[in-house]
Ligand binder design. Structure first.
Ligand code: PXG
Length: 476
């Protein structure tokens, strides 16, 4: 047996060596990581993180789209501590329940707005977004089975969507790199194009006209498959991991019209967009559509402990409860008391500080205003925000080509990754999705902190431009 290792006494290099010897990281080229060593994040406070070499960084990604309440919130740690001492775990399978899970289900039901008399009175708990989307597939198909339409199995999703990394999650997602590994998607899941105006808008087309056209791809797919074969359509309100793809305003109303017309279920994957991120508790309220199932995870606990789930609307809940008998599905940690206690404390904190309202009325509009100022930068094709997510595209030139689009850099140049390297060096965590730079910072940010963020973004854009010029890749 190996001797236990006192990691507290290790240098950064020693931790990195131990890490690459034993820890297989998610979505990581391990051979490559071993040559450079992982960055060791040691502590965090407010909107900042510190690595083991003492470098402070502004966390423009809220961990991974989840630390909405910011770091260092003592009351979330206290809630976990108290609940661990009282009841660290008990299952909810065999006609038992626990107080935090029950209270949280009721709390979430009270926060989810009713639309046109359709309520979200019920919640199914999991521990992650991926698991929750597996639940959605099981539940949507069970729903149609119970209604005597078992042939309704197909779930339509979108290319470049992200719905998780389990077999069902990765299949629902539209990431070709994921499909290429492991024989995915699983049967009866298919994809349509995403509503990305910058990439797919036609010369002379308005964003509004594009939104209707993009929603039309759903109707075309339904007609191609046969409406009686389609169980559900799943989509993120704003695509997150795909690069903060913000649909035109006309998109969601048209999607709603189409799912209503064919009676198919609508699943809103709000793993990133719920809990204040877009200025509302749930994002379907912002866009005014009426989902039947809503996936949540991440910020329900501000990422302090794993928890996810599905808000189950009346339409599905009624059939499942009144006609369903036993639903043969669930996880050991469905309704985990400690995770639920932390979620309750987090939602109370978010309510007290009105984080959704701050995003909607204060820091969201301020970020939008400051982001618009980036548009004149020579590298920026478009800079846009929605609530408290933002994306900007790095372009080769501001002069549209023959198709009316701004020319992009050659993929081989990996300009987004160059920009991201400058971010790290200068104390900013910002993601690169291809040449789209994205952020989703904590919802606690002050105006002064937004100004600090913007100064950093200007700096890294200038540094990226200088690097491109020095290497002879800038001819504008
Ligand atoms: N749905 C959505 C919309 C997500 O963003 C998941 C489901 C899966 O959740 P779990 O908890 O199983 O990871 C997510 C997760 C990225 C990135 O690169 C985004 C996510 C996860 C990992 C990386 O932006 N989102």
């Amino acid at each position: 047996m190996n001797a236990p290792i006192d990691t507290a006494a290790l240098s950064t290099r020693e931790i990195q060596a131990l890490d690459s010897a034993h820890f297989l990281h998610p979505f990581t080229d391990h051979g490559d990581l071993a040559t450079r060593g992982a960055r060791v994040i040691e502590r965090a406070e407010d909107i900042y993180i510190w690595d083991s070499e003492g470098q402070k960084m502004l966390d423009g990604m809220s961990g991974l789209w989840c630390v909405n309440a910011g770091y260092g919130r003592r009351e979330l740690a206290d809630a976990a501590h108290a609940q661990m001492l009282q009841l660290p775990f008990y299952n909810s399978f065999f006609q038992t329940t626990n107080v935090p899970a029950t209270r949280l289900a009721a709390k979430l039901a009270s926060l989810a707005p009713e639309v046109d008399g359709r309520r979200f009175a019920h919640v199914f708990f999991s521990s992650s977004g991926s698991e929750s989307n597996d639940t959605n597939v099981r539940m949507a198909r069970r729903y149609w089975d119970l209604l005597g339409q078992p042939q309704r199995k197909i779930i339509i999703s979108r290319h470049n969507a992200y719905h998780g990394s389990t077999m069902a999650g990765a299949s629902l997602g539209g990431m070709s790199g994921m499909h290429a590994q492991g024989d995915l998607p699983i049967p009866n899941i298919t994809h349509i194009e995403q509503p990305y105006f910058f990439e797919q808008g036609l010369a002379g087309e308005t964003p509004a006209a594009f939104g209707v056209r993009a929603a039309g791809w759903l109707e075309a797919k339904i007609l191609e498959l046969g409406a009686d074969k389609v169980a559900a359509f799943i989509a993120e309100p704003v695509q997150g991991a795909g690069g903060v793809i913000i649909p035109p305003e006309t998109y969601w109303p048209e999607i709603q019209r189409i799912v209503d017309k064919y009676g198919i279920l609508l699943i809103s994957d709000e793993v990133i967009c719920a809990f204040g991120r877009l200025g509302h508790w749930f994002a379907y309220e912002k866009f005014g559509y009426k989902p039947d199932l809503v996936t949540f995870a991440k910020a329900v606990t501000s990422g302090y402990i794993p928890l996810g789930g599905v808000m189950v609307g009346d339409r599905v809940a009624k059939v499942l409860i009144e006609q369903g008998g036993e639903f043969n599905h669930g996880y050991t940690y469905s309704g985990h008391p400690v995770a639920c206690a932390v979620a309750l404390a987090n939602l109370e904190l978010m309510e007290r500080e009105d984080l959704p309202g701050r995003v909607k009325n204060d820091i969201g509009p301020y970020l939008a205003q400051r982001y618009a100022e980036l548009n004149p930068h020579p590298l920026v094709g478009v800079a846009e925000t929605c609530g408290f997510v933002a994306g900007l595209v790095l372009v080769k030139s501001k002069t549209p080509n023959a198709e009316g689009r701004l020319p992009m850099f050659d993929d081989n140049l990996a300009v987004g990754m160059k920009c991201r390297a400058h971010c790290f060096k200068n104390g900013l965590i910002m993601r690169a999705v291809g040449d789209r730079m994205i952020i989703a910072p904590p919802l606690t940010m002050t105006h002064a902190q937004i100004d600090e963020l913007m100064a950093l973004i200007w700096k890294v854009l200038d540094l990226t431009l200088e690097e491109l010029k020095a290497a002879g890749h800038w001819h504008a």
